[in-house]
Design a protein around this ligand. Structure first.
Ligand SMILES: Cc1cc2nc3c(=O)[nH]c(=O)nc-3n(C[C@H](O)[C@H](O)[C@H](O)COP(=O)(O)OP(=O)(O)OC[C@H]3O[C@@H](n4cnc5c(N)ncnc54)[C@H](O)[C@@H]3O)c2cc1C
Ligand SMILES: *[C@@H]1O[C@H](CO)[C@@H](O)[C@H](O)[C@H]1NC(C)=O
Ligand SMILES: *[C@@H]1O[C@H](CO)[C@@H](O)[C@H](O)[C@H]1NC(C)=O
Ligand SMILES: *[C@@H]1O[C@H](CO)[C@@H](O)[C@H](O)[C@H]1NC(C)=O
Ligand SMILES: *[C@@H]1O[C@H](CO)[C@@H](O)[C@H](O)[C@H]1NC(C)=O
Ligand SMILES: *[C@@H]1O[C@H](CO)[C@@H](O)[C@H](O)[C@H]1NC(C)=O
Ligand SMILES: *[C@@H]1O[C@H](CO)[C@@H](O)[C@H](O)[C@H]1NC(C)=O
Length: 507
C-alpha cells in the first residue's frame, strides 16, 4: 500500500471540492445511472449532451464492433466512402449543417444525372428532368395541382404512379414516337428511383401524404471524401481539435448486444447476449425501427403498450443497397452520375447474356439499379445504388457476381461512348438488411397507416408511477418530420438527453 504524499492529498481534495461544487450548482441530488443502447448518431448525440451537462454515470452499449450505426464511413480508394448515410439533406433548420458550417467541409453536389439507353445512346437531359419532376409530384406535400386532383383518392405513391405515368408522359412527348417508347420503358427505372427516396420495397406502401419535411437549401451536400463520420467526430469533440475529445468515449462498450430490458417502478435491468447485466435508473433505446419490429416481443419486460406496438408495426422500414467499385484507372466522367434505362428487348436478353445473381418474376437484379455516382474526391471509385424488393437477395450475392454484373451493365450502356472500360480491382457492398443490428436502412410513412403522429407515439417514453422516465426512445424513426435522416436522428438524441436534463433540473 502506498501512502499519499501531501500534494497528492491536496489534489484529491480539490477534485472532491470541484465535483461537489458542480453537483451543487447543477442542482443534482444524485448522478443517475443512464444506459444508452446504440452508438449511432442519435446515441452519440444523447451521450455527448448528457456528458456535457455533468451526467457522467453513463454507458453506451453498442451491438456492433464499431460506433456510428448507419453512419459508416470506410476508407476505400483515396478517401472515405459512406456505406450508410452519405449526404447532408438541406441547409436551413438542419442541425448537421449548423454544426459544421464554420469548418467549410460540406461541398455542393452540382452535377445533373446522365441517362443512358441500353443501345448505348445518351438521352436528352430534359428527359431526366421530366422524369424526376414526375417522381416528385407523386407526393402530396410537393404540390402539383394537376396530379393532386387526379390522385386525391389514392393513399399510396404506387397507385398515383400507375394512374399518372402514361397520361403525363403521353402529353409531354405526344409528337415523338421514339421517345414515347423509351419513356414507357423508363417506367421500371423510375419506380426504383422513387423507391430509393424512401427505401421501401414497393411503391404501394409509400404514403402520398408523408409527414416528412425537407430542409431548404442543397439536398445533396457531400463530405468531400471525409465521410459522414465527421459529424460523430464533431459531437465527440474529436474534430477539429482532438485534444478536446469528450471522455464519454471511454464509456462506450462495443460488441454488447442488448437482448432484454426489464423495468419496474423503481429500477431497470438490461441484459446482453454475452450474459452481462447492467442496472440503470434510465435507459435510452436508439436501435433502428427494423430491430424493434423484429424483437419487440422478446426485448421488453413488461411488454410495450399497444399504442407503441402499433407505431412500430405501422411505420414503414425497407432497404436500399450500395455496391461500390474501385478501378485501376478512371474511365468515366467524374463530374456526373449515371442512370441506365433498359429497352424491353435488352431487358429480356439479360437472362441469357448475364444469367448470374438473383432473378425474380423473370427480372434480373441488374434492373434494380437506380444510378452510379462517382465518389466525392475519390477519382477511382464508382458507387452503385440498388432499390426494390430484390435488395435482400442482392446483399447475399458474391462480390464476383456483383462486380461482373456491374461490368456487363457498364459495357452495354457506356461501351459506345467511353474508352478503356476496365474491370474493378476492389469492391465493397452494404448489407444493412441482413445485419440483425439494423434490418434495413431508414423509415418512411406507410400508405397502410391511417393514424396521425405515429412517430411521436414511437418517441413517447415509458414512465414510472412517480413520473420518472424509465425507458426513452430516440433514433431517426422517432422524429416527427425529419425521420429517415442523420439530422433527424441527432435531433432525437438531443431531445431525449434534454428530457432527462430538464427532469433533473426540476426534481
Ligand atoms: C444506405 C443508407 C443511406 C442513407 N443515406 C442517408 C443520407 O444520404 N442522408 C441522411 O441524412 N441519412 C441517410 N441515411 C439514414 C441515416 O444514416 C440514419 O437515419 C441514421 O444514421 C440513423 O441513426 P440512429 O442513431 O437513429 O440509428 P443507427 O445509426 O442505426 O444507430 C443505432 C445503433 O444501435 C445499435 N444496435 C442495434 N441493435 C442493438 C442491440 N440489440 N443492442 C445494442 N446495440 C444495438 C446498432 O448497431 C447501431 O449502432 C442512410 C441510411 C442508409 C442505411
Ligand atoms: C403549392 O401550390 C400553390 C398553389 O398552386 C402555390 O402557390 C405554391 O407555391 C405551391 N408550393 C410549392 C412548394 O410548390
Ligand atoms: C374520388 O372518390 C369519390 C368518391 O368515391 C368520387 O366521387 C370521385 O370521382 C373520385 N375522384 C377521382 C379523381 O377519381
Ligand atoms: C401504358 O402504356 C404502355 C405502353 O404504351 C401500355 O403497355 C400500358 O398498358 C399502359 N398502361 C396503362 C395503365 O394505361
Ligand atoms: C425492480 O427491478 C429491479 C431490477 O431488475 C429489481 O432488483 C427489483 O427487485 C424490482 N422491484 C420490484 C418491486 O419488482
Ligand atoms: C450465457 O448463458 C447461457 C445459459 O446459461 C449459456 O448457454 C451461454 O453459453 C452463455 N453465453 C456466454 C457468452 O457466456
Ligand atoms: C487507357 O488506359 C491506359 C492505361 O490504363 C492509358 O495509358 C490510356 O491513356 C487510356 N486511354 C484513354 C483513351 O483514356
Amino acid at each position: 500500500m502506498s501512502l499519499l504524499r501531501p500534494y497528492e492529498m491536496l489534489v484529491k481534495c480539490i477534485i472532491l471540492l470541484v465535483t461537489n461544487y458542480f453537483l451543487y450548482t447543477h442542482g443534482l441530488d444524485k448522478n443517475p445511472s443512464i444506459l444508452i443502447i446504440g452508438a449511432g448518431p442519435s446515441g452519440i448525440a444523447a451521450a455527448s449532451r448528457l456528458w456535457k451537462n455533468k451526467f457522467t454515470n453513463l454507458k453506451i452499449l453498442e451491438g456492433e464492433n464499431r460506433i456510428g450505426g448507419r453512419v459508416h464511413s470506410v476508407k476505400f480508394g483515396d478517401a472515405y466512402i459512406d456505406l450508410g448515410g452519405e449526404w447532408c439533406h438541406g441547409e436551413k433548420g438542419n442541425i448537421v449543417f449548423d454544426m459544421v458550417k464554420q469548418y467549410d467541409i460540406l461541398k455542393h453536389s452540382s452535377a445533373s444525372m446522365h441517362v443512358y439507353y441500353s443501345n448505348g445512346i445518351l438521352l436528352d437531359e430534359e428527359i431526366y428532368n421530366d422524369l424526376a419532376e414526375f417522381a416528385e409530384s407523386m407526393y402530396e406535400s410537393l404540390n402539383n395541382t394537376e396530379v393532386e386532383e387526379k390522385c386525391s383518392n389514392f393513399s399510396s405513391v404506387g397507385e398515383c404512379f400507375d394512374n399518372q405515368f402514361n397520361t403525363t408522359f403521353a402529353k409531354l412527348y405526344q409528337n415523338n414516337y421514339n421517345l414515347q417508347t423509351i419513356l414507357a420503358e423508363a417506367k421500371s427505372w423510375l419506380e426504383g428511383y422513387v423507391l430509393a427516396f424512401d427505401s421501401a420495397f414497393t411503391l404501394y406502401d409509400i404514403a402520398r401524404n408523408s409527414a416528412y419535411e425537407e430542409c431548404e437549401g442543397d439536398l445533396g451536400l457531400n463530405w468531400n471524401g471525409r465521410g459522414y463520420k465527421t459529424i460523430l467526430e464533431v459531437m465527440l469533440q474529436q474534430y477539429p481539435d482532438p485534444t478536446q475529445e469528450l471522455a464519454v468515449v471511454n464509456n462506450i462498450l462495443l460488441n454488447k448486444e442488448v437482448t432484454r430490458i426489464i423495468w419496474n417502478n423503481s429500477a431497470n435491468q438490461v441484459l446482453c447476449l454475452d450474459n452481462t447485466t447492467y442496472p440503470a435508473d434510465h435507459v435510452i433505446f436508439t436501435a433502428s425501427l427494423g430491430v424493434l419490429k423484429a424483437t419487440l416481443e422478446s426485448l421488453f419486460e413488461p411488454a410495450l403498450p399497444d399504442e407503441k406496438v402499433r407505431a412500430i408495426r405501422n411505420i414503414g422500414f425497407g432497404a436500399i443497397m450500395k455496391i461500390i467499385l474501385h478501378f485501376p484507372h478512371t474511365w468515366w466522367d467524374t463530374a456526373q452520375p449515371y442512370a441506365f434505362i433498359w429497352s424491353a428487348a435488352d431487358r429480356k436478353k439479360i437472362l441469357t447474356e448475364f444469367g448470374k445473381g438473383p432473378v425474380r418474376n423473370g427480372r434480373s437484379w441488374l434492373t434494380e439499379n437506380t444510378y452510379f455516382i462517382p465518389a466525392d474526391n475519390n477519382p477511382k471509385v464508382l458507387m452503385g445504388f440498388f432499390a426494390g424488393e430484390m435488395v435482400p437477395e442482392i446483399e447475399q450475392e458474391s462480390n464476383e457476381v456483383l462486380s461482373a454484373g456491374c461490368m456487363y451493365m457498364f459495357r452495354k450502356f457506356l461501351g459506345k461512348t467511353h474508352n478503356n472500360i476496365t474491370d474493378p480491382d476492389d469492391i465493397i457492398k452494404s448489407m444493412w438488411y441482413s445485419n440483425p443490428h439494423f434490418r434495413g436502412t431508414y423509415s418512411y410513412d406507410s400508405a397502410k397507416n391511417t393514424e396521425q403522429g405515429l412517430q411521436n407515439k414511437l418517441a413517447a417514453p415509458l414512465l414510472r408511477k412517480n413520473g420518472d422516465p424509465a425507458i426513452q426512445f430516440a433514433g431517426e424513426a422517432t422524429h416527427p418530420y425529419h425521420f429517415s435522416t442523420v439530422h433527424g436522428a441527432i435531433e432525437s438524441g438531443y431531445r431525449e438527453a434534454d428530457r432527462l436534463i430538464h427532469y433533473y433540473a426540476q426534481h
